[in-house]
Write a protein that binds this ligand. Structure first.
Ligand SMILES: CC(C)(COP(=O)(O)OP(=O)(O)OC[C@H]1O[C@@H](n2cnc3c(N)ncnc32)[C@H](O)[C@@H]1OP(=O)(O)O)[C@@H](O)C(=O)NCCC(=O)NCCS
Length: 432
């Protein structure tokens, strides 16, 4: 394929994401490792592009490295307790200086508009302000943490109003009602901002999660908890993971971790199907598991209304009993709220995705996508390389998840025998 064709194909592939992200609110924390690297200017261009595509952006920056080097340059040592810097009276003015330098540099780069660069004519309107109220961490284990603080409040309504026309840039400083300044952990602040704004995405552009190995494309919150329990994650990654779990628990829809070492990682993660980072979801909080015979009643309650209005094909209790080992269900508070079946066909390498349903009260929260991803992983494990699904009303959803219409697929004998031609279902396939 020529470069031009690849470009056109890539651009077309990005179209659904461009539409999906428009007017959504993304909170993005950029570690200051990136800010000091030669990849930073590329990231700035990518942030400008997101802004032009109508995404509402709150950008935060980390400052840890900058503070370290500023203190070292001035001959001031830092003391830490529980991996938190004690921002004492001597170091605090230097800490504020370091943070402000990073913020000013970030703002200057986002203000560029040089001709012949991707920023040409950008005119991003950037705002900062006293949106974050901080309070002292206080005395921990007998140690006064002084100006090291935590988030007390975010003026989220003011930020939300501004996002219609401006990008908001926040640094990790919080101001108290008594006029003091606090050094806040950037990861916690990003999480608080995302939660208070009910952001659609919280994105950490940070140290590589894979630490040399390739990072997983998705993790459930319970996977993340297990990683934290092993104690084999670096301190900066630990801070990010802990806040990622909190954000998910507090209803931020998606948390993405993107390796700061990948040039264009933000665009790849947001505008390609496979992404390049790690998506953290609440999969296991929703109780996803293989179905057992005891779930048949729950599955029937879920699918019967959909069968009645013709969205799903009829499945009797007897058929469910035969196929139950092919089902995955999501259970919440004792109720089956979603299900999917991954049924082997009589043809090697081929599997059918069937009986996908999410309870109406839980739709549009990503459960359908998660179930499909799980089914795909399982199909792959069992040696399948192609999936098919028959659908009358959900073809677009499947197409958005990588399927394409393929009405000439020769259905396996066992499936053709059960086909109801009166439904006029479309056949969709996907190579995995
Ligand atoms: C289709 C279904 C499984 C999707 O599950 P879900 O958990 O709601 O989906 P997700 O949260 O992963 O994705 C939501 C996105 O899919 C879109 N979507 C939902 N149903 C769709 C449909 N029939 N066609 C196209 N897009 C659809 C939503 O608008 C939403 O898009 P947005 O994020 O741009 O707003 C669910 O809507 C459902 O159970 N529908 C009824 C049963 C059905 O049609 N099953 C498939 C039988 S083959």
């Amino acid at each position: 394929m020529s470069n031009t064709q690849e470009y056109v194909q890539w651009f077309r592939g990005a179209a659904p994401y461009i539409k999906a992200h428009r007017k959504k609110t993304f909170v993005i924390l950029v570690s200051d490792d990136v800010i000091h690297s030669d990849r930073f200017i590329g990231l700035v261009h990518d942030l400008a592009l997101l802004n032009h595509l109508g995404i509402k952006l709150v950008i935060l920056h980390g400052s840890r490295k900058s503070i370290d080097s500023h203190l070292a340059k001035n001959g001031v040592d830092s003391n830490f307790h529980n991996n938190i810097r004690i921002s004492d009276a001597t170091s605090m003015p230097l800490i504020v200086q370091a943070i402000n330098e990073v913020k000013t540099f970030f703002a200057s780069q986002l203000s560029m508009g040089l001709p012949n660069t991707p920023m040409s004519g950008s005119e991003i309107s950037l705002l900062s302000g006293n949106f974050v109220t901080g309070m002292p961490l206080g005395i921990i284990d007998g140690i006064d943490m002084q100006h090291s603080g935590k988030v007390r409040d975010i003026k989220h309504e003011e930020i939300a109003d501004l996002l219609a026309n401006h990008v908001v840039l926040l640094s990790n400083l919080g101001y108290s009602r008594t006029g003091e300044v606090f050094n806040l952990p950037a990861e916690e602040l990003a999480c608080e901002v995302a939660c208070s704004l009910q952001a659609d995405k919280l994105i950490f552009i940070h140290e590589d999660l894979g630490e040399g190995k390739s990072a997983p494309s998705s993790l459930s919150t319970s996977d993340v908890e297990a990683m934290l329990e092993t104690g084999q994650v670096s301190d900066p990654i630990r801070n990010v993971l802990q806040q990622a779990i909190r954000a998910i628990q507090l209803q931020v829809k998606r948390v993405h971790l993107i390796d700061q070492g990948i040039d264009g990682g933000l665009l790849l993660e947001l505008f390609t199907r496979d992404g390049c980072g790690t998506l953290i979801t609440n999969l296991f909080y929703e109780g996803i598991r293989s179905a057992s015979i005891d779930d048949i009643g729950g599955i029937l309650s879920l699918i019967e209304p959909l069968q009645a209005n013709g969205v799903l094909v009829e499945r009797s209790r007897e058929q469910l009993e035969l196929e139950i080992s092919c089902f995955q269900v999501i259970e919440k508070d004792g109720m089956v709220i979603a299900c999917i079946a991954c049924i082997p066909a009589d043809v090697a390498g081929l599997m059918e995705i069937a009986c996908l349903a999410v309870h109406s009260g839980y739709q549009n929260t990503g459960l359908g996508k998660q179930l499909l991803e799980l089914a795909e992983r399982q199909a792959q494990k069992s040696g399948a390389n192609q999936l098919f699904a028959l659908t009358t009303r959900t073809s677009h959803w499947f197409i958005e998840h990588g399927f394409s219409e393929s009405n000439d697929l020769e259905l396996p004998e066992n499936r053709r025998a059960r086909l109801n031609p009166g439904r006029g279902s479309k056949i969709l396939t996907k190579s995995i």
